[in-house]
Structures are given as structure tokens and as C-alpha cells.
Design a protein around this ligand. Structure first.
Ligand SMILES: C[S@@+](CC[C@H](N)C(=O)[O-])C[C@H]1O[C@@H](n2cnc3c(N)ncnc32)[C@H](O)[C@@H]1O
Length: 346
């Protein structure tokens, strides 16, 4: 959400202070069981929903009416059904389901509540050691949420960036569960993919990633020895090196060094793609910067020109940015004017 600075309407103010309510409405639609109950597509009446989920009669009816108003349910002939929006993002069986993202977001809210403390004490002030079991649970939820977002965002990215050669190698650094790579290889099956992430992440994704044209290459890219080994293994081989949502995890110096070091992976006509949120691209990217401020030690989002300058420093003189539909941007950088990809603007 962005307020037009010239907008002085009280309606905008009301929407602003109540914005969090829609999050809780969506969460309650799930936790009450309403979404799952209607997920079979058959529909149900108010009384069926209320009695099956053991809701209070009056409150249940008021909540159902709100869900219709909010666009999460539709009603015809006294039957409630999921709206297309709910079917897409809330249904358990949807390819684009975002249920883990909804479960993960509340873990971030406590730090958002304390933004003022960070402004006075600095980034990282709120980050506390957690017991190992809590940390692992949180990490798992984070990876599930990332993977869900990647289902949608990878489609947007590979609609916009298309390789020209039929064959080649794509290396994904900080690949997470490999959703971006698998989506790419599905479209371009004669390419080979190299999935690179921290060793424990690679271990977790190994079972789902096994395929002939996908290699796992565990590597902490901040560890000089591990990075050197990766570069020696793949020097000059990549038509595409992808950094998707890795750039925002690190500070400017770390990114500058990292991009300079990984540049030799990219072959002469190849491209480096930095897919991320940018703080001056839209309000989502601007808010993402504060999310990093609240929840990480040194993460941040960059302005487009800051990242262009970092990739230019690494030897990629030609840059093109493509704004994707859900607020992320692909910054495509190459050494030549005619690299191995074509780009489609939305
Ligand atoms: C925000 S997630 C992005 C995942 C995926 N690329 C995407 O866009 O959904 C960042 C990923 O980078 C990985 N990562 C962070 N630091 C790393 C490092 N030093 N070396 C290798 N991978 C790293 C994390 O484990 C995580 O999977």
C-alpha cells in the first residue's frame, strides 16, 4: 500500500489503520476450518458450515457475510463456495497455495511492533538466540513460505526471461528448494541446472531434486574455500547465473565482493540475473527493506541504481531491469549487448 502524498481523504486513513484486519480475517477463515470445509468444491449452506465447525450461530453468520464481502467466499442459491482468489491462494490443493506464508507472517509481527527500538538501537537489536528446536521449526516454516512464493514468482520470472540457445547451464546461487531451477528446466529441458545453497539446505532438498539435468552443489558462498571450489568446478560454463532473493540477505560490501567473485562463472555471452525486491521500485520493495531491518542482522533492499553499480563493477556493463507483476524485479546483466537471452516486458 502506498499513500498518494496529495491524498487527504479520511477514507485512506481508515484503510491504513485497519489494513492488518484483513490478515486476521484471512487467518481466521483458515483456522476456523471454513476454507478446508469448502475446498471440495461442493458448497455448503450457512447452517451446515456452522454446525460442522461448531461455530456460534450469530457470530458464524456474521463472519460468513464478511468473508463474502471481503472476496474470500462467494454465495449462490444459499450455498457457500471458495472464491477464485481463495481457491488460488488458500486451497490446500492449489499449486499456488500460500498457506505457509500466512503461518510464517505472525512470527515477524513482534519485531515489526518494535521498529522504534531498532531505529534507536540499530539493526539486529531485536534478534535473539533461540532454542535449537524453535529455531529449526521457524527455519522450516521460512523455507516452506519461500517455496510457496517461488511457485508464483518463478513463473513470472521465466515468462519474462527466455534463453535463446536450446542448451546451456544455469547456476542458481541461494536456490532454496530449487523451485526456480525446476520451473526453468521444465520449460527448457535441454539445459542443465546447478542448485547451490548451504549444505544443510541442499541435504533437505536432495530427495525432491534428483533428476538427470539437475546437480546439487552445496556451498556457503561466503566461505572463501567453498566458493573457490564452486568457481573452479563451473568456471565459464554458465549461460545464466541466478541470484534470486539472495542479494537482499547481505550488506553492500558482501554483495560487491560476492558478485565480483562469481562473475567468472558466467560465460562470455551469459547473463547474471539478480531477481529481488528493490526499495525504489515500488512500495512493496520499500517495505521489504524495513522487513530486513527488523528481522535480520544486515539484510536490506537496494535501489536499482545501487545494484546496477554493483554488477557493473563486477564486469557486467549492460543492464536491463524488468518489473514483474508481483512487485519483484529481474535485473539482467551481461558483458555484451546481445547476450543469450531475450526479455519479455509485462
Ligand atoms: C531468501 S532465500 C531465497 C530462496 C530462493 N532463491 C527464492 O528466491 O525463493 C535465500 C536463500 O539463500 C540461501 N543462502 C543464504 N546465505 C547463503 C550463503 N552464504 N551461501 C549459500 N546460500 C545461502 C539461504 O539458505 C536461502 O535458501
Amino acid at each position: 500500500m502506498r499513500i498518494n502524498p496529495a491524498d487527504t481523504s479520511y477514507g485512506t486513513f481508515c484503510e491504513l489503520i485497519g489494513a492488518y484486519r484483513m490478515f486476521y480475517v484471512t487467518q481466521a477463515a483458515l483456522t476456523s476450518g471454513i476454507i478446508d470445509l469448502l475446498d471440495n468444491g461442493g458448497g455448503a449452506t450457512s447452517n451446515e458450515i456452522i454446525s460442522q465447525l461448531d461455530l456460534k450461530q450469530a457470530e458464524g453468520n456474521r463472519f460468513l457475510a464478511l468473508l463474502e464481502h471481503a472476496g474470500l467466499l462467494v454465495r449462490s442459491n444459499q450455498q457457500w463456495r471458495l472464491s477464485p482468489f481463495s481457491k488460488t491462494y488458500l486451497s490446500q490443493s492449489s499449486f499456488s497455495s500460500q498457506r505457509s506464508s500466512l503461518a510464517f507472517e505472525p512470527l515477524l509481527m513482534e519485531n515489526w511492533r518494535q521498529l522504534g527500538t531498532i531505529l534507536q538501537e540499530g539493526q539486529g537489536a531485536l534478534i535473539q538466540e533461540q532454542p535449537q528446536d524453535q529455531y529449526l521449526e521457524r527455519l522450516q516454516l521460512f523455507h516452506h513460505a519461500m517455496a510457496e512464493a517461488a511457485q508464483v514468482r518463478s513463473r513470472e520470472l521465466w515468462d519474462a526471461v527466455v534463453p535463446l540457445p536450446e542448451q546451456g547451464t544455469i547456476i542458481d546461487l541461494g536456490a532454496g528448494d530449487g523451485t526456480y531451477l525446476r520451473a526453468f528446466l521444465h520449460r527448457h529441458p535441454r539445459w542443465c541446472g546447478v542448485l547451490c545453497d548451504l549444505p544443510d539446505v541442499c541435504e533437505r532438498v536432495a530427495p525432491q531434486s534428483a533428476s538427470e539435468n539437475l546437480t546439487l552443489s552445496p556451498c556457503n558462498v561466503l566461505d572463501q574455500k567453498e566458493l573457490d571450489a564452486l568457481i573452479e568446478a563451473y568456471r565459464g560454463t554458465a549461460g545464466i547465473v541466478l541470484l534470486s532473493n539472495l542479494h537482499h540477505c547481505y550488506a553492500p560490501d558482501e554483495n560487491r565482493t560476492l558478485l565480483q567473485q562469481i562473475a567468472p562463472l558466467v560465460n562470455n555471452n551469459g547473463v547474471l540475473i539478480v531477481h529481488d525486491f528493490f526499495r525504489d521500485a515500488n512500495s512493496f520493495g520499500a517495505l521489504y527493506d524495513l522487513h530486513m531491518l527488523a528481522n535480520t542482522f544486515n539484510g536490506r533492499t537496494y535501489s536499482i541504481s545501487e545494484t546496477c553499480s554493483i554488477v557493473t563493477n563486477a564486469g557486467f556493463s549492460y543492464t536491463e531491469t524488468i518489473e514483474l507483476p508481483s512487485f519483484s524485479l529481474a535485473l539482467v546483466a551481461s558483458r555484451t549487448q546481445h547476450p543469450v537471452i531475450k526479455t519479455n516486458k509485462y
